[in-house]
Structures are given as C-alpha cells and as structure tokens.
Design a protein around this ligand. Sequence first.
Ligand code: ADP
Ligand code: MG
Length: 706
Amino acid sequence: MDENTGGLAGLFAPERVAVIGATESEGSIGRAITQNLQADFAGETVPVNPNYDDVLGLKCYPDIDDVPGELNLAVVVVPPKIAVEAVRQCGEAGVRNVVVITAGFGETGSEGASREQELTEVAAEYDLNLVGPNSLGVMSTPTGLNATFGPENALSGSISFMSQSGAFITAVLDWANDEGIGFKDVVSLGNKAVLDETDFVEAWGDDPDTDVILGYLEGVEDGAEFIESARRVTDDTPIVMVKSGRTEAGAQAVSSHTGTLAGSEQAYEAGLEQAGVLRVENVQELFDFAQILSGQPIPESDDVAIVTNAGGPGVMTTDAVGDSNLSLASFSDETLSELSEAMPEEANIYNPIDAIGDADIERFERALDIALADENVGCAVVLSAPTAVIDFDDLSEVITDLQAEHGKPIASVLMGGESTESAREVLREGGIPNYFDPARAVRSLDSLSRYREISQREYEAPEKFDVDRERAREVLERAEERGDNRLGVEAMDLLSAYGIPTPEGTIAEDPEQAVAAAQDIEGDVVMKIVSPDILHKSDIGGVKVGVSPEDVYDAFEDLVTRARNYQPDADILGVQVQEMVDLDSGTETIIGMNRDPQFGPLLLFGLGGIFVEVLEDTETRVAPVSEREATEMVDGIRSAPLLRGARGRDPADREAIVESLQRLSQLVTDFPAILELDVNPLVAGPDGVQAVDVRLTVDTDELEES
Ligand code: ADP
Ligand code: MG
C-alpha cells in the first residue's frame, strides 16, 4: 500500500486507529471522532483513556502502551497540557502516524508556541508523520476512514483536498455531499507543525487514486520546496488552489518603492504560477475546476464549438470565450455541409451552432455529433433552454454518450431549475459538469487548457554564467566595513562582477578627483551624489546629466551643498562621475529583487524611471529563473510593445535584458545576504543594456555565514 500514498499510506489507509482521549461524554470531540470512526471505517478503532473500560461499546485501554498489536495511526484529542506527552508515548509505542486534533498551540501565543516547538521536536525524534495540531482531522474514503470531528463523512471520489481551515472543510463537505462531489483523501492541515502542503502534494502526486489535488491555503511554509515538488507533480496531477489571507510583512525591512510593489502577494502569484498551480479566486472556481479536471479529458486544442437551441445564451457563451484563452472553432467545409443538410434553413450552422427553439433531441444530437467530429474542434459547450420539444433527461444521455464517443471535453449548460435535476445526475455520472451560467462552463473548459500547458511544461535549469563571485563578495563586505546595510552606486562593480554591463564611472572624494575622473571619460559626464542616506538622488537635485568638463569642479561642490542642505548629517561618500548613456535611443527599464519570507528571492522586471510607480507594469518570478522564464518576464509586461520598437523606435536588445535578468538571478541566489536590490534604470538600447544606477540592502550577519 505504501506506494499508493507515498510515505503516508499509514495515515490514510491504516488498519488500526487509536483515539487517545476517546470518551462518551456528550458533545465532546473525543466522542465525535470515535463515533465517526465507528460509522464507516473498515479497520479497527481502539479507544485509549484511563478513565474508561469501554467507550461506545469498544474496549478501551488506559494507555497506548497497553494496546496489543500494531497501531498505524493515533488521533490525539487530549487537553493541550498533556498532548505533547501523549504524542511522545505514541512514538514510544511505535505508532508512525499521528493526527493532533488538540488546539492551544502556536495559534494561541507564546506558551502555545513553545508547546508547538516541543511537539515538532518529539515528532522529529520519533520520525512521525504528524498532522496538526489544531486540526479537524483526516478522511480517506477507500477505507471509510473519518478521523475528524466534523458532522459528515465525504462521498468517495478522486479529488484529494487539503485545507488550512477546518471550518472550511465541514462547510465544503456539507455542500459537496449535496452536489454529489466525492473525495479520495481530506486533510485539515491545522498549524502544520510537521506535515505541510508540500508533503501532501508529494503524497497525492504519487497516489493513483487521486486525480486532482485541491488546496485552501493561507500560506505556504517553504516556497522553494513547494515549487520544486509541485512542478514535478503537476506533470500528471493538476493542483488547484485558493490562497487567502496575507503573509507576515516579512522579517526584513522593505524600504524602496519597488520593494513595496514586489510584496508577498506578488510572491504567491509568481510562485504558484511557476509551481504549475492553477490558482483560483474563489470557492466556486475551486470546485468547478476540480470537477472538470477530474471528470473530463484534456482537450488537444483550445477551439470551442458551441451547440445551442437558444440564441441569447449562445451569444453570452461566445462573449465568455472571447474573455478566455480559448477561441471559437471555425468548422471545416465538410462539417458545414453536413450541418446544412441536417439543420433547417433558419438554423445557424456557423459556430455557435443554433439549432433553434424547435430543435428536438435528434437534431440536437446530430449537431453535436457533427461538431465533435470536426478536427478543428477541441472541446464543446452544449446549451439548452427548456422547450416543449426537448427533454433534459434525453439530452443529458446524448451529451454523455457523444462525449464518451468522441473523447473531447464538454461542459453543459442546461438552463433551468428543478427540470434539470435528474439530467444533472446523468451528466455527473459521465463526469460532465453542468452550469446555469455559460461563463462558468467556459472558464472550466479554460482550466483544462491551462492545465494542458502546465502538464507539457519542460523544466529548464537556470543557466550558470561565469562570474567573479569573490569580487562580488568584496563589494558586499564594504557595507559591513561601513557599518551600514545600504549600498548605492559605489557598489556598481557588484554588477560588473556578475557581467551586467555598467557605464564607466568613478567615485570622486573631492573636486580635483572629479575633474581627473571626467578627463578619462570622453565627452560630457553624469555626476551623482553618493550617500547611503539619500535613496532617491534626483529627488534632491543630486544627479546632473550632461556636465561638460569645465563644469565638473563646480558641479561637485554644488552636489555636496545640496546634499548637506537636504540632510546636514548625511554620510556623504563622494560624487560619482559617470559616462553618459544614450537615453534617446534606449528605454529605461528596471530589474530588481526583493526577498520574500516564504518564496525567497523574487525578481522583478518593468519599465524604469518614474514609470515603475505610476504604471505598476511589472512582472515577477521567483529566482533562480531559467532563460525561458526571464524571457517571459520581459515579454509579459503590458508595455512590452515599447521594447519591440513601437512608433518607429529602434527595438531594444531584448536578449541583453533577458541575460541581465538571468545574471541578477544568479547573483541573488548566490548571495542570500542581499535582501533587496534595484537596478533603476537599466537602460535598454538597440545594442545592449547599461545599468546606470543601483541600490541594495545587505544583511551583514548573513554575509558572514555564507
Ligand atoms: P536616482 O534614481 O537615485 O534619482 P539615477 O542614477 O537613477 O538616480 O539617475 C536618475 C536619472 O538620471 C535616471 O533615471 C536617468 O534618466 C538619468 N541618468 C542617470 N545616470 C545616467 C547616465 N549615466 N546617462 C544618462 N542618463 C543618466
Ligand atoms: Mg535610479
């Protein structure tokens, strides 16, 4: 059995389950769990409680030690003060799987938090698969296991479902049971002291009885680990998730503008997308997607045929297709001629096919059959309003049969109330979802197509460039020497060490040095104040563009005066004298990174300069990124056409931007001590890029460790 649910077979398919803290007392959790187990569980339920000889007719043992024979799973419901000890005894007694229902751990303040810490340590000591604490429990329908204190057991099915909220599970089951939606396994994750979403993604990815993995999450424990596991699993098992709630603002200070743009929500969006998770916004979509993914095949193409007897809803469906990633199929000539033979003259044989209101079941069947046979059709929406000549029961049989015959996915829209009830039953048995709203049908089909893209993704390893890691470390160490964790343009050579092109530049400490530096540079120069206390140099007049050699001396003094006026005690390191970069033929872009507490380094790309804040037109990905992901970032912003040379401009060197992103990705992956970093602007010209400004924050303690 072990290969079925990975290493968690004992958790979901145990033969004997102990309930530690079983009791008969009315309204207690210990009673509810014992009763739920008694109701459907194929294996043996063993109550443990020193105060009883038997519980609900089952022999009760004082201690887990006293139970003869092997136990695969223990459910712990004792009060918080003795729960950790109870888990330890489970470990001692050789029980490998433990579900801790007991609350009063990390969710309740510092005493609870240290209790949870102890629990984690005990679990590690005995190598326990531990669910919870503060969990509603687990369910697994093949063995009838209901080790929860919820009011209802699940129906059997092929969806496995994890939730960070126990209450949400009871609500979902209540509704799913009405809808006839079944589950393979259900887990209430609780506080995730040991087992978390990644463990269940892995276990269910290896489980042949799980067709779809569903999750309701408030956070992901370890983003990088999750991405790695989910990437593998989504090759053949779709994962659909709602992510609600916000993560902690993060341990590090996120100070710059881009830091706030690349907040945690963006990390989830990017991370879950890179993991291949179909992220949904609401509960309805969670189950719409789950149902169609578990019931219908994946379409080979995104071309939809619409077959209806009602013009209006047909148009609504067409609009919904327009809003989705799908497209309206254009029928082959053969299909059109077959349809024109089969349909009355008033009918519309072009997609959407309108068989019109007097269509009987034969006409409907003919239309759908012809449409599905067309190789330009990947999937279909069948719509019907109630009419005197069509019987929904007959129609549901036709839809189910033709779906099975052609092997193309169908979503049906039998529009009505009670009149659709038995038809929906037939459709459900054929794995075909039915909706009142055509837009839902289209979105569901769209999820199949999105999953096809995900399942076909080939993982591409990030490129490793030949870089000067030692020199980069030296630059970062300067922050430490200065006792400041912020670095600015004086750290430009950090970028050159990683092969990101920068214009020639020097930090001058006095006007004479500035003049000398300018002499080494051809033509006019740019001069910038260099101070960790001045984050936005141009805001205080701290950047002078196009300074001619004879003005350099005065410009130096002027810049320093301005900085002093702005902040008298500012730590001024000098003035940077930098080569001019041609801004007329280039576009100011930004590449940056912000470290997320869950997902780690989050890369950002967007238009630079003032645009970054005004337009919020950025793309983010969790680093390290592959070349493909970096390319997607560059092509993904709304203003991408600007880079491709809109309005007669020369196109920007996109490959050079992509490469800079990959190199930045390598830099921030190599140095976890870099907390955030912006290159703004990275000027993207027709022949290459130039990083003209940089700002970063370094965790100097971390630098010592790495
Ligand atoms: P800050 O972002 O702190 O104000 P920057 O170094 O980014 O300082 O400079 C502000 C702006 O000045 C840039 O967005 C760019 O338009 C211009 N600029 C800066 N350096 C150069 C340069 N070397 N060549 C041409 N323009 C520059
Ligand atoms: Mg800047």
